[in-house]
Design a protein around this ligand. Structure first.
Ligand SMILES: [Zn+2]
Length: 146
C-alpha cells in the first residue's frame, strides 16, 4: 500500500483532496497522511472495539487478555474519553470476556476517541509544519519494534 501511495502521489493533482478507502490501522493512516492522503474511512475502530481490541498510542491492546483481569488503569491512561475516565481495564476486560454489549460499546467509544485524537494531532502537526517529526514520534511509540 505504501509503495502504491509513493508511486501515485506525483500523478495526483495537488489541489484536489485525496481519499484512501478502507484504511485503516492508526499507523497506516499516519503513513498515508505523510504521503499526502487527506481522507479515510474504515470500520476498524468500531469492528475492533466489538472484538476487544483497543487502540492506544502504545499500540493495540487485546482487552480479552488475562493480564487485564485485575488491572486498575483505564484502557489508555491519558485518554479523556468517557470509557477511560469512568472504568478500569479490569471491568472492561470482564465485560468483553462475558460478551456484555456494554463492553463492545465502551471499547468502540474509546477507539473512536483515539482515532479522533490521532486525526486532530495530524491536523495540528500539518498546520504547525511538523508532520514528519510527529509521524516519526507517533510511529516509534505505536510500533517500537519497527
Ligand atoms: Zn479512552
Amino acid at each position: 500500500m505504501l509503495a502504491c501511495l509513493d508511486f501515485a502521489a506525483d500523478m495526483l493533482p495537488a489541489e484536489k483532496p485525496r481519499y484512501l478507502m478502507g484504511v485503516g490501522k492508526p499507523d497506516d493512516i499516519v503513513e498515508a497522511v505523510v504521503r499526502g492522503v487527506d481522507m479515510f474511512d474504515c470500520v476498524l475502530p468500531t469492528r475492533s472495539g466489538r472484538t476487544g481490541q483497543a487502540f492506544t498510542a502504545d499500540g493495540p491492546l487485546n482487552m480479552r487478555n488475562a493480564r487485564f483481569a485485575e488491572d486498575k488503569d483505564p484502557i489508555e491512561p491519558d485518554c479523556p474519553c468517557p470509557a477511560c475516565t469512568t472504568f478500569e481495564r479490569a471491568y472492561v476486560h470482564h465485560l468483553v470476556k462475558s460478551g456484555e454489549i456494554l463492553g463492545a460499546m465502551l471499547m468502540t467509544q474509546h477507539n473512536l476517541w483515539f482515532y479522533q485524537r490521532v486525526m486532530q494531532a495530524l491536523r495540528d502537526a500539518i498546520a504547525e509544519r511538523r508532520l514528519q517529526a510527529f509521524a516519526r514520534e507517533f510511529l516509534q511509540r505505536y510500533r517500537p519494534a519497527n
